[in-house]
Design a protein around this ligand. Sequence first.
Ligand SMILES: [Fe+2]
Ligand SMILES: [Fe+2]
Length: 135
Amino acid sequence: MTKDLPEDLVTGIESIDKQHLTLLQTFDSIIECMESAEPKDEITKLIDFLVSYTNIHLETEEKIMEEQDYKDYELHKREHELFRMKIQTLEKSNFMFRENKKVLNITVRETKKWIMSHVMNTDVKMAAFIKNMPN
Ligand SMILES: [Fe+2]
Ligand SMILES: [Fe+2]
C-alpha cells in the first residue's frame, strides 16, 4: 500500500507511512473535488476527515517520540503545532470563502506542500532515529 508514497517521503515505519499516504490521498481528493463540479458538501466532508485524521496522525507520532525519548521531540512538536494551525486555516478558508474556490485551492495546495516537506525533512529524520534504537 505504501508503495504509492513518493520514495523521499518513506520513513520506513509502516504505521506512519500508511497515515502519511492517507493524508496525501485526502489532499488529492480535495483537489480533484475542487477542480470538478462536485458539490461543496463533498469538499467539506473531506476537510472534516482531514481535520480528525491529522489529529490522530500527530498524536501517533508524538506518542512514539515520547515512548522512545526522542532527542528532538520538543522541536518536532513545535512543527506539529504549526501543522495543526495550517489545517485549521484550511478549514476556515472553506467556511469563509464558500463562493470562492480560488482561495481554498491555494490554501489546500500550499498546505499539502508544507506537509510533504515536514514528512521529508522532519519525520524521516525522526524515523531514522527510532529505527536505530536498540530494542
Ligand atoms: Fe507525519
Ligand atoms: Fe511529524
